[in-house]
Design a protein around this ligand. Structure first.
Ligand SMILES: NC(=O)c1ccc[n+]([C@@H]2O[C@H](COP(=O)([O-])OP(=O)(O)OC[C@H]3O[C@@H](n4cnc5c(N)ncnc54)[C@H](OP(=O)(O)O)[C@@H]3O)[C@@H](O)[C@H]2O)c1
Length: 303
């Protein structure tokens, strides 16, 4: 039997506490699939767990949530899957591992031809973006401001809002402006004076704000007179409370959101850019790059 490894950390800290280290193997439990992981994405929440901000971590702790791979074994009681099937999905806080054992409900089929790096990073971004667009009720006639629109979640949010029929403005740095244009998103530089820049660029009044970076975008939304119930943030709850706008409201999960995103990607209608790919052994370097926060899409580990 070959040795299995996984990314783990045994104390809170910076990226240097992450190690790709040997772990014990275990039988595949009933109701689960054993999947050989090929790629796994990085998310902001990983950094909150690892640094101790999120709290409640038991050591040694696994890391990462999105992954893609190939089914190696099907546990008792699981129908519809066979060894050799390609899947993508989530294994919360243990995805960056040679092997994961996941409930079949946590994965969907990976279409042939979908890049492994894209598939390995799609799950959380797709589900979060879909939740935001659904919670705000984005549709035709809307003019939506999305912040950090070239980032891992923002780039999907901006495109799903556009696909829902809205005109979308997205904040980004200069290096990402052209890229957003190529996705049909009007780029707006973030920074002081945001509200005024958006007012000048928007074809008509902004009707919703989906924030993925924080206070500045929420303040711009208030300044632009957007209905406070349609200014949503997943980045700065404190500023939202202070400004009387909304976090992401509790809503039942949409089990079809990931399947829909996979179909859109496969059809070429949704783009998830891969900012960079690191071998799993370089996991600390991957997070150092990720935590610089000037990205185009997702950072991905190859296993
Ligand atoms: N369910 C949830 O609540 C949930 C789930 C997932 C994520 N989140 C949150 O969503 C947020 C975004 O996550 P993510 O994974 O998309 O992050 P990310 O990929 O790290 O975001 C990177 C983007 O942030 C942009 N950025 C950097 N400085 C900025 C500034 N001052 N103003 C506006 N944008 C700026 C960068 O733009 P340039 O490169 O163009 O400079 C880059 O494209 C995080 O706060 C995360 O915690 C919440």
């Amino acid at each position: 039997m070959t040795e299995l490894r996984a990314v783990r950390f045994s104390r809170y800290g910076g990226p240097e506490v992450l190690h790709y280290e040997p772990v014990d193997d275990a039988p595949t439990p009933e109701g689960r699939l054993r999947v050989r992981v090929e790629a796994a994405g990085l998310n902001v929440y990983d950094t909150k767990r690892r640094s101790g901000v999120a709290g409640g971590v038991r050591f040694p702790a696994g890391n990462g949530s999105d992954f893609t791979g190939v089914v190696e074994e099907v546990g008792d009681g699981v129908a519809g899957w066979a060894p050799g099937d390609s899947v993508l999905g989530h294994a919360n806080f243990r995805a960056q591992s040679d092997v994961v054992r996941v409930p079949a409900a946590d994965v969907v089929r990976r279409p042939p031809g979908m890049a492994v790096e894209v598939a390995g990073a799609l799950d959380l971004s797709a589900r979060t973006a879909a939740d935001l667009v659904r919670a705000a009720g984005i549709g035709p006639g809307d003019v939506v401001l999305v912040s950090a629109a070239a980032g891992g979640v923002g780039v999907v949010t901006a495109q799903l809002a556009r696909i829902a029929g809205a005109v979308v403005l997205g904040t980004a740095g200069e290096a990402n402006a052209r890229f957003l244009e190529s996705l049909g998103v009007l780029p707006v530089p973030y920074g002081p004076g945001l509200g005024e820049r958006v007012r000048r660029l928007a074809p008509s009044a902004v009707t919703a704000v989906l924030d993925l970076h924080g206070r500045e975008t929420l303040e711009a939304g208030v300044e632009l007179g957007v209905d406070a119930r349609r200014i949503l943030t997943i980045a700065d709850r404190e500023a939202a409370d202070e400004l009387g706008v909304s976090g992401l409201p509790q809503q039942p999960p949409d089990p079809a959101a990931l399947v829909r995103a996979v179909e859109l990607v496969a059809a070429g209608d949704l783009v998830l850019p891969v900012d960079s790919v690191f071998p799993v052994a370089d996991v600390a370097a991957a997070y150092r790059h990720f935590e610089g926060r000037h990205l185009r899409g997702k950072v991905v580990l190859r296993l």
